[in-house]
Design a binder for this molecule. Structure first.
Ligand code: NAD
Length: 331
C-alpha cells in the first residue's frame, strides 16, 4: 500500500524501513502532525500511519476519506486520538498495535519511581558540582511498601510483577479484574481504598470518558499524605492544576509524568530554543519532586521493532484480505 507516515522521526524510519524490506509497502515519511491543515499531504496514498499526537477528529477523517484513504494505521496501543465512529461512518478501517513491549512502559514507570524515591536526578547534578552532601536525598525502602496499580492490563501486570519482586504489597483497581493477576498475589480493591492505602499509585488504564481526570482534587485528597503518583498512561487521566495544588500543599509527595494533557504542543520536538508558552507545564517544572519525561516510556529497541512489525503486518493483512486482527471495530 502507499502509506503517508505522519509525525515521522528518524527512529521510526530505522525500524519501519528494516521490516518493510520484507513487506514492500511504499512509505512516505512526513514530519508534520496530521491535522486539518496537513491532511492534504495524504493525497495519492491509500493509508495514513499515525502516532499519539496526530489529530484524527471527524473533520480530518472526512477529509482523508475524500482523498481516498481506506486505512488508518495507528502505530500505538492507545487510540483515544481517533474518532472511531467517524472512521466507520466514512468507511475507513482503523488498526492499532494492541501489544508491543509492555516491559518498556512498565520498566519506565519503575525507573521514575526509583529516581523520585532515591533522588538520583538531584544527586547526578550535585556530584558533578562537587557537592557530596546527602541532605535532601533521603529515600525509603520499596520493600514492604504498598503500591497501587490502576489498570491491570498488559502493562499494569508487568508493573505489578516487578513491584512484587521488590517485596512490595500490590493493590489494584480495574473494572475487569484478572484471575492471573490475583494469583500473582495482587489484591483487587475499590479505587478509593487503593488510593487511601498506597504509598505509590501508578496509572495503567486507558484514557476513556470514564477515566478522564480520574485523578482530580477529590481523588488526590483521598491519597496518603506524601504518596507518589506515576502516570505513564495518558495525560488526560490527571487534572494537572489539581495535581499542582496537591504538590504545593505537600499532600502529594512526588510526581512522575511521562504523559501530559497538553503534550501535543510540546512532546517529540526540540523546543529548547523557544520560550515555553504553557504556564501549567512551566509550574510543574519548578518542583524538584516532579520528574517529567516526554512520552518516552515506549521507547526501547524491542518496542520500536514490535510496533513496526505489527503495523506493517496489519497493513499487509488489510491489503490482502480487507481486514486485520488488529482492527478497532468500535461500538
Ligand atoms: P490494556 O488494554 O492491556 O490494559 C488496560 C487495562 O485498564 C485493562 O485491564 C482494563 O480493564 C483497564 N481499565 C479500563 N477502564 C478502566 C477504568 N475505568 N478503571 C480502571 N481500569 C480500567 O492496555 P495496556 O497495553 O496495558 O496499556 C495501558 C495504557 O498505557 C494504554 O491505554 C496507553 O494509554 C498507555 N501507554 C502508554 C505508553 C507510553 O509510551 N507512555 C505506551 C503504551 C501504552
Amino acid at each position: 500500500m502507499k502509506v503517508a507516515f505522519f509525525s515521522a522521526h528518524d527512529f521510526d524510519k530505522g525500524a519501519f524501513d528494516a521490516y518493510n524490506a520484507r513487506k514492500g509497502h511504499t512509505l512516505e515519511y512526513l514530519t508534520p502532525h496530521l491535522n486539518l491543515d496537513t491532511a492534504s499531504l495524504a493525497a495519492g496514498h491509500d493509508c495514513v500511519c499515525v502516532f499519539v499526537n496526530d489529530t484524527l477528529s471527524a473533520p480530518v477523517i472526512e477529509k482523508l476519506a475524500g482523498l481516498g484513504i481506506t486505512l488508518i494505521a495507528a502505530r500505538s496501543a492507545g487510540f483515544n486520538h481517533i474518532e472511531i465512529e467517524a472512521a466507520k461512518k466514512f468507511g475507513i478501517a482503523v488498526v492499532r498495535v494492541p501489544a508491543y513491549s509492555p516491559f518498556a512502559v512498565a520498566e519506565h514507570a519503575v525507573a521514575m519511581i526509583l529516581t523520585l524515591n532515591r533522588k538520583t536526578h538531584l544527586a547526578y547534578n550535585r556530584v558533578r558540582e562537587g557537592n557530596f552532601a546527602l541532605t535532601g536525598l533521603l529515600g525509603f525502602d520499596l520493600h514492604g511498601k504498598t503500591i497501587g496499580v490502576i489498570g491491570t492490563g498488559k502493562i499494569g501486570q508487568v508493573f505489578a510483577k516487578i513491584m512484587i519482586g521488590f517485596g512490595a504489597e500490590v493493590l489494584a483497581y480495574d473494572v475487569a479484574p484478572n484471575v492471573s493477576v490475583r494469583e500473582m498475589g495482587v489484591s483487587y480493591q475499590p479505587l478509593a481504598d487503593v488510593l487511601r492505602k498506597s504509598d505509590i499509585v501508578s496509572l495503567h488504564c486507558p484514557l476513556l470518558q470514564q477515566t478522564h481526570h480520574m485523578i482530580n482534587a477529590d481523588s488526590l485528597a483521598r491519597m496518603k499524605p506524601g504518596a507518589m503518583l506515576i502516570n505513564t498512561s495518558r495525560g488526560g487521566l490527571v487534572d494537572t492544576p489539581a495535581v499542582i495544588d496537591a504538590l504545593k500543599s505537600g499532600h502529594l509527595g512526588a510526581l512522575g509524568l511521562d504523559v501530559y494533557e497538553e503534550e501535543a504542543e510540546l512532546f517529540f520536538e526540540d523546543l529548547s530554543g523557544k520560550v515555553l508558552q504553557d504556564d501549567v507545564f512551566a509550574r510543574l517544572l519548578t518542583f524538584s519532586n516532579v520528574l517529567i519525561t516526554g512520552h518516552q516510556a515506549f521507547f526501547t529497541t524491542e518496542a520500536l521493532q514490535g510496533i513496526a512489525m505489527t503495523t506493517l503486518d496489519s497493513i499487509s493483512d488489510f491489503e490482502q484480505t480487507g481486514d486485520s486482527k488488529n482492527r478497532i471495530r468500535g461500538k
